[in-house]
Ligand binder design. Structure first.
Ligand code: ADP
Length: 639
């Protein structure tokens, strides 16, 4: 086994690799970009080396800098994670030329699978079923269109250098072929610098089922299948293992095809053979075709780990260090069922726009596996994929594991950015999905219902008023101000609250009253348990309730202060502590002079005189806790 390895990646996968290395007693070296200096993977590793600017091309794609970091730190091997340099054969060669071990397949194996057309030709030779199609070098549009006609519509145009669904177009009728071809070629050229395409039969009722394989360079085993049919625009959203409806015959046929594929290229390490399956009449051994092989560890590998009990990263390290395969095929078995959902910072109702933000609050559901590269306080930056975490559940049956997933998604708390949690939770509760009726078109067909904005229950608004007023923990002793007094709250139009007792508050929003009572098990609104949790940060309050995060912007207290300029009273703009008072009664002040400093949510706010005048009364003492809207200082005209 290695003494020390370098991880040429970031985010959750870097953390994932470091965790296994630690368990095996292997020291770890992280690399990081300027944007990641405080990142979780840097904190977890034993050593960390800065390799450049935030853009991937300036850091995580700088193979030479990464190899230099490995040599300097005395690492013996490099784990590439996924993405970045993980499937770059030139990088593999450079790593080996430097006398280091690449934890993954040979450059030759990556080359063999790198281009979709060549890989398919190779697989056909090895006797692996391949989707009927045209994979010729002749890229003349007329030739391609003729090929589409021979294959029979609908067809799929795919970039030979493709990945991530880029350069891929579904063509349903011959009239539309030319336009789709032009746009696929343009997209392929700009994404991969290679406009070549192939034409494939479009499989109806398509399901994406892939086999996890593991090779030692000579032989290979498979660790069963994953079903990744829940996709949005060819991107995986929720994955599971095993595949619903899988039969022993089909699994045996797919497993054999996958190991044959791996052995045909002398594969070493973890790999995935992706198949497209026609699910029209259930799963049948003659209805699956090779799509491509990914020569790396996949994002969704944890579902395989859950059902097999194998740590795939451990296998990667052991095989790269020269050990044989840790288990033989007949020692591998499936136990239970597992799901993985990809939690992203993205604005779903706005069309799944990637989002950024500071994660002011991040709490995963207990009992699930959450693979993450971020912690509370970390930033989702615009430089990288906005993944927050992968949520993985494992149960004795599919129904149990899916119920656990839905529950985990509904109770994960994220504040500081928008997320796809509500979308994922709706998918996990989808009745068709629950019945195992999965195909790659499911999300597209139901996109409107799945991505509709989350309705905000009135109780969440009422609780937001309480939280934003600093009264979530109840009206604390120090307040003793809970004589019934109706006071406006600047959160919603016409919102107000009346504190009726230490644990009882009436909230009014637009004329509607909500009786809120704090119990040991949380707030009840109109007598109903809410199970709500909250997070308060400068500028926003989030109520987690009923499986959703309801975020409300708190209006800028200083904007409000400006509106109240004519008033003689300086009010506390937010609940907090009066840290310092600079004035005394009778003192003359000029507009802009400092009157007091308040501290709230770990931030200081200076309150200034809005006009010239004389201090008539100082109503707050230093060190006092005050509520939002409390009168602090009264000014009068200079006479
Ligand atoms: P990429 O490498 O760009 O991700 P893939 O070839 O892996 O592209 O295909 C991505 C997805 O597109 C598959 O998971 C599947 O949903 C769909 N797909 C690919 N080929 C076909 C096909 N022949 N028929 C129907 N759907 C397909």
């Amino acid at each position: 086994m290695f003494d020390k390895i370098l991880i040429a990646n970031r985010g959750e996968i870097a953390c994932r690799v470091i965790e296994t290395a630690k368990r095996l007693g292997v020291a770890t070296v992280a690399v990081y970009s300027e944007a990641d200096a405080q990142a979780r993977h840097v904190a977890l590793a034993d050593e960390a080396v800065a390799i450049g600017g935030p853009a991937p091309k300036d850091s995580y794609l700088r193979g030479a800098a990464i190899i230099a970091a490995a040599l300097e730190s005395g690492a013996q091997a490099i784990h590439p994670g996924y993405g970045f340099l993980s499937e770059n054969p030139d990088f593999v060669e450079a790593v080996e030329a430097a006398g280091l071990t690449f934890i993954g397949p040979s450059a030759r194996a990556i080359w063999a699978m790198g281009l979709k057309d060549a890989a398919k030709a190779l697989m056909e030779e090895a006797g692996v079923p391949v989707v009927p199609g045209y994979r010729g070098a002749d890229q003349d549009p007329a030739r391609l269109e003729a090929a589409a006609g021979e294959i029979g519509y609908p067809v799929l145009i795919k970039a030979v250098a493709g990945g991530g669904g880029k350069g891929m177009r579904l063509v349903e009728r011959p009239e539309a072929f030319a336009d789709h071809l032009a746009s696929a070629q343009a997209e392929a050229e700009s994404a991969f610098g290679n406009s070549a395409v192939l034409i494939e039969k479009f499989i109806s009722n398509p399901r994406h089922i892939e086999m996890q394989v593991f090779g030692d360079g000579t032989t290979a085993v498979h660790l069963f299948e994953r079903d990744c049919s829940l996709q949005r625009r060819h991107q995986k959203v929720i994955e599971e293992a095993p595949a619903p409806g899988m039969t022993p015959q089909m699994r045996a046929a797919m497993g054999q095809a996958a190991t044959r594929a791996a052995q045909a290229i002398g594969y070493a390490g973890a790999g995935t053979v992706e198949f497209i399956v026609d699910g029209t009449d259930g799963l049948r051994p003659d209805r699956f075709w090779f799509m491509e092989m990914n020569t790396r560890l996949q994002v969704e590998h944890p579902v395989t780990e859950a059902i097999t009990g194998v740590d795939l990263v451990e296998w990667q390290l052991r095989v790269a260090a020269g050990e044989g395969l840790p288990l033989a095929q007949d020692q591998l078995a499936i136990s239970g069922h597992a799901f993985e959902a990809r939690l992203y910072a993205e604005d779903v109702p706005a069309g799944f726009l990637p989002a950024t933000g500071t994660l002011s609050h991040l709490v995963f559901a207990p009992g699930c596996r959450a693979d993450t590269g971020v912690r509370t306080g970390d930033v989702i930056s615009p430089f990288y994929d906005p993944m927050i975490a992968k949520i993985i559940t494992h149960g004795p049956s599919r129904a149990v594991a899916l119920g656990q997933l839905a529950r985990a998604l509904e109770t994960t708390q994220v504040a500081g950015t928008v997320t796809n949690l509500a979308f994922l939770a709706r998918l996990a509760r989808h009745p068709g999905f629950a019945r195992g009726q999965v195909d790659t078109g499911l999300i597209g067909r139901e996109i409107e219902a799945l991505s509709a904005p989350l309705a905000t229950p009135p109780a969440a608004q009422a609780l937001a008023v309480i939280a934003a007023s600093g009264l979530w923990e109840g009206a604390a002793d120090g307040f003793a101000l809970w004589t019934p007094l109706r006071r406006p709250v600047d959160l919603f139009d016409q919102a107000a609250l009346t504190v009726r007792g230490p644990d009882e508050i009436t909230v009014e929003i637009a004329g509607q009253r909500y009786d809120c009572v704090r119990h040991p098990d949380g707030w009840r609104v109109e007598g109903a348990k809410t199970g709500a949790a909250m997070h308060l940060a400068p500028g926003h309050v989030t109520i987690f309730m009923g499986g959703g995060a309801h975020s409300f912007e708190i209006p800028d207290p200083f904007a409000r202060g400006a509106a109240a300029e004519s008033s003689d009273l300086t009010l506390a703009p937010m609940p907090g502590l009066v840290r310092q008072v600079f004035v005394r009664e009778g003192q003359s002040v000029r507009a802009g002079d400092r009157l007091a400093i308040m501290e709230a949510m770990k931030m200081e706010h200076t309150l200034c005189a809005t006009r010239d005048g004389v201090i008539a009364e100082v109503l707050a003492r230093e060190g006092a806790q005050v509520e939002a809207g409390a009168a602090l200082i009264r000014l009068e005209e200079d006479t």
